[in-house]
Design a protein around this ligand. Structure first.
Ligand code: F6R
Length: 608
């Protein structure tokens, strides 16, 4: 979703602002803008659509100034037009904002009555005017800034410049992430650490409700109540290389290819010989095992949780509830004692998932909340009682790939760890499963080196209207994920179904033009899947089989075969990830869509 950058430097900042916005493109946006302050005047450029439009404007008419703010906007209030793009300005103030000001209509009306006019349809535009009013009332910016924040309902991360104070940048955070950066050359405000790669050496994370200002020499941070707070500077956990494509055509392809390395990192971090240990979630090792597990997430992360439910229930023999965060938070769930909440999120900033965590902690403070998250500095990671980091590195392609595989991998380890404690998994069995996970690293490398099966299968998607994905057991949620991946990047309609459920409706879709991807590894109810396969084949569909058997007579009628190496109970879904992701990728390339930034999508969904 929207991205924020602010820079106050010893040199002109426009190019850094644009470069930072480019590094945040992956979040999804539909317009962009930058504004600098130079010799007492604001200079601004805005453009609807992709960033190159803004860059072209800057090339024609570069804007001067050593202090500036920039924004990529993902439209919520008002269409993605130039007028609605940020920054939004009043005479004295320029502001960029992420989040939603829920009481913007009331504020707008009030400000209108005081003679203020608005040019955009956005909620954000009330902010510069409100601050200006408060500055007139208070006669000083600091109390005015605090009074402005006190009137806002909703979520925000804000960066602002004030015309009379060209040596400072102002910021505030509530419900939307924000951090500061510094280097020898300047100070920065950003919504995303990646924006600061190559600019800042150190970062400071701003906590919920905090606000303040930076100058070239100082940082003042205040809590919501106005009390000063201190935070440490930490090294920026990223380099410029992390934000590049590494020679691949797309970020998504690069990230698919990074998966063997990600799995290797995970095994190194959590497995010590045959012991599994989660140092940032020690309660998993010390407290009694929970009597119930609730797993909550959105999108792809939700699919990872669905697969893990099969694993956890089999080994722990306790109820495991899995829900979509946007449903769970509004459905009056009954949370008992001895319940472990597991939230899953690549970004750790997904608004609905975060709200579930906060609700769970409010309602049952005696329970523990564990986050499985790729961003250790994220709100979700920091507000949970324990963290299992995914170690996937920055995921820039909007469609989640390596973080999903990493979630499955850590969920497999978590299941084994808890099953070991419950006495449900002998150490010899655990060692066997761990050997399979290690073999998965090299198996993935081999699959990525030869994707001929996927290429052949992708040609079956030419000119189709949609596709069906079928699986059973832990591979049923993988069918959901395969379908989601295809639809989000190729814009083809796709459905994932439990193979046994097909005859209860979706079988009506089947004709000779429909590609049906059948996930059929021998681990999960293969005989049943084969029966479902025959039902599909009998109706003439184009069947694409994902299989780990070397040969079988039922392969004969498939239109395409995608072979995966043999896995075990836990490693098989990890292997299945690769062909599902590559297939979606190849089909999207064939259709010529924007693979890394599919239309309408945002990487980090920070509004509900
Ligand atoms: C799909 C995708 C999304 C995310 C979802 C949750 O490829 O990436 O469905 O999985 O928006 O995001 P996180 O995991 O950051 O909470």
């Amino acid at each position: 979703m929207c991205g924020i950058i602010g820079a106050l430097c010893r040199y002109e900042v426009r190019d850094d602002l644009l470069a930072a916005l480019q590094r945040m493109e992956y979040r999804g946006y539909d317009s962009a803008g930058i504004c600098t302050l130079h010799e007492g005047a604001f200079h601004q450029l805005k453009a609807a659509g992709k960033l190159h439009h803004l860059k072209e404007k800057n090339a024609r008419q570069p804007i001067p100034g050593c202090v500036g703010i920039g924004h990529t906007r993902w439209a919520t209030h008002g269409e993605p037009t130039m007028v609605n793009a940020h920054p939004h300005l009043s005479e004295q103030v320029a502001i960029v904002h992420n989040g939603i000001i829920e009481n913007h209509l009331a504020l707008r009306q009030h400000l209108h009555q005081r003679g203020r006019n608005f040019s955009s349809q956005t909620d954000t535009e009330v902010l510069p005017h409100l601050l200006e009013e408060k500055m007139a009332e208070c006669g000083d910016v600091l109390p005015a800034w605090r009074d402005m924040l006190a009137e806002l309902h909703g979520a925000y991360a804000i960066a602002a410049m004030i015309r009379a104070l060209p040596g400072s940048l102002w910021f505030a955070r509530k419900g939307s992430p924000l951090l500061l950066g510094r280097s020898e050359q300047g100070m920065y405000v950003a919504s995303d650490a990646l924006a600061l790669a190559g600019l800042a050496d150190e970062v400071m994370y701003i906590e919920e409700g905090e606000w303040g200002r930076v100058t070239l020499d100082a940082v003042d941070v205040y809590a919501l109540d106005g009390q000063p707070v201190q935070h440490d500077w930490e090294p920026l956990p990223l380099s410029v290389e992390d934000s590049g494509k590494g020679g691949f055509r797309h970020y998504m392809l690069k990230e698919i290819h990074e998966q063997p390395g990600v799995l290797r990192n995970i095994l190194r971090a959590y497995v010590h010989e045959t012991t599994i240990r989660f140092e940032q979630a020690m309660f998993l090792h010390s407290r009694p095992l929970p009597e119930r597990i609730v797993m909550v997430a959105c999108g792809t992360s939700y699919h990872a949780a669905l697969t893990a439910r099969y694993w956890l229930e089999r080994y722990l023999q306790i109820p495991v509830e899995v829900d979509i965060a946007s449903e769970y938070r509004y459905r009056d769930p009954v949370i008992g004692d001895n319940t472990l909440l597991i939230t899953l999120s690549q970004s750790g900033e997904t608004a609905d998932t975060l709200e579930v965590l906060r609700m769970f902690k409010r309602q049952t403070p005696q329970n523990r909340a564990l986050a499985l998250c790729n961003v250790a500095s994220s709100s979700l990671a920091r507000e949970s009682d324990g963290l299992i980091e995914l170690f996937a590195g920055p995921e820039i392609g909007v469609a989640s790939t390596k973080a999903y595989m990493a979630q499955l991998a850590v969920l497999a380890l978590l299941t084994m760890c808890m099953a070991g404690r419950a006495g449900a998994l002998k150490s010899s069995e655990m060692a066997g499963h761990l050997r399979y996970l290690e073999k998965t690293v090299t198996d993935m490398e081999a699959m990525l080196a030869d994707s001929s099966g996927v290429l052949q299968a992708s040609s079956l998607f030419a000119g189709v209207k949609g596709a069906l994905y079928l699986g059973r057991g832990p591979c049923y949620p993988m069918a959901l994920e395969g379908a989601l991946k295809l639809k989000e990047i190729s814009y083809l309609h796709a459905e994932g179904y439990a193979a046994g459920e097909m005859k209860h409706g979706p079988i009506a879709l089947i004709d000779s033009t429909l590609p049906v991807v059948v996930i059929a590894p021998k681990q999960y109810h293969l005989d049943k899947v084969i029966s479902n396969l025959h039902e599909v084949q009998a109706r003439g569909a184009r069947v694409i089989l994902i299989v780990d058997l070397p040969e079988a007579d039922w392969f004969a009628h498939a239109s395409a075969l995608i072979r995966i190496p043999e896995g075990d109970y836990f490693s098989t879904p990890l292997l299945v990830c690769i062909p599902l992701q590559l297939l979606a990728y190849e089909v999207a390339c064939m259709y010529g869509t924007d693979v890394d930034q599919p239309r309408n999508l945002a990487k980090s969904v920070t509004v509900e």
